[in-house]
Design a protein. Structure first.
Length: 335
């Protein structure tokens, strides 16, 4: 009895399915995890950050990294430490302490996938009890979009990363168009943050500083540590509203205010972007109103508010000037 020959479409479908399955299996088995981890750590170091990835796993359309730690080193890293960070081996960084690498901001997971229109990368991270999502892509210019949803500043080790023990909820968005810098040989260079166009918007509810960790994080390296050697007291910040529009790296503050029952702050001025975020330069006039109850809790710093001149337009507020850089702020009476 003759055997019935399978239909041609079934043969084509079977071979196609086998080919796809074989490609996926080869991708999973041969993907260069170590090389990708090393490249990501190297790029982070160039930007002034330390990046560590606990685990890295591929999926059908992208990659998922878990236990991602991003920190700012308090001093120059040794050659041995940099070699360990860029080796691509997660075990090589396990013995490195926070004293050398800085306290990390922890992201539970980061999923990234390629995009075609425009060519680039889309990502979504689970961090601080909320999500951080967005995309980076483009040919001659890079467009960076980031959206923050439901972030809780009491999570993700933000307390030790910044030195501030905070609570509340934070939402926001960032949309920047970054032109390419000048490269070598007439080729376009890396995207230039200092020439970016776009907008930053922030929205916070129920924000509060519960205190601070003396000598820890970015606050521990600022004048705040000198004013509050035993840590900040509890400060209700309330609601945050902020909109900053950027043109050629120069940001104009359209709205920036904090409002609670004990504190009100309004700021106007500019924010000059730099290639490294910690060097970004604010030049803002600040109007500040603090209720007597909070002034008393602030101690010597609260008494120092009396040295700020009254605002010319509204004497209920005190007037000050915020300048310097994000890594080293200067807060002085307005002249």
């Amino acid at each position: 009895m003759a055997t019935e020959k399978p239909a041609r479409w079934k043969i084509v479908l079977g071979y196609s399915a086998f080919t796809v399955l074989a490609l996926i299996l080869c991708f999973l088995l041969t993907f260069p995890y170590s090389a990708l981890r090393a490249r990501a750590a190297t790029e982070a170091l160039r930007a002034g950050y330390v990046l560590r990835i606990g685990s890295l796993r591929p999926g059908l359309i992208g990659l998922t990294a878990r236990d991602v730690r991003l920190s700012v080193p308090p001093s120059t890293l040794s050659a041995e430490t940099m070699a360990a960070l860029t080796s691509g081996d997660p075990d090589a960084t396990k013995l490195l302490a926070a004293a050398e690498l800085g306290e990390p901001l922890i992201l539970e997971s980061v999923f990234a996938r390629p995009t075609l229109f425009p060519p680039g990368v889309a990502f979504q991270a689970q961090a601080m009890g909320g999500t951080v999502s967005g995309s980076i892509g483009g040919r001659t210019e890079r467009r960076m979009k980031v959206r923050l949803a439901g972030l809780d500043p009491s999570q993700g080790n933000l307390k030790n990363f910044t030195g501030l023990d905070m609570a509340g909820r934070l939402n926001g968005s960032l949309d920047l168009l970054l032109p390419s810098g000048v490269g070598t040989g007439g080729k376009p260079g890396e995207p230039d943050l200092a020439q970016a166009d776009g907008e930053l918007a922030l929205d916070g509810q129920g924000l509060q500083i519960n205190g601070s960790v003396p000598g820890t994080g970015l606050v521990g390296q600022s004048p705040v540590a000198l004013l509050f050697p035993e840590g900040l007291p509890s400060i209700p910040l309330g609601e945050l509203q902020g909109v900053v529009r950027f043109e050629k790296g120069q940001g104009t503050v359209e709205t920036l205010q904090l409002r609670s029952d004990q504190l009100e702050l309004q700021a106007t001025g500019t924010l000059r972007l730099k290639p490294r975020l910690q060097y970004t330069e604010p030049a803002m006039d600040v109007k500040l109103r603090v209720e007597p109850e909070l002034v008393q809790k602030l101690g010597a710093a609260g008494a120092g508010l009396s040295f700020l001149p009254p605002d010319k337009d509204d004497p209920k507020f005190r007037a000050a000037r915020l300048s310097g850089s994000l890594g080293k702020l200067s807060f002085l009476p307005k002249r």
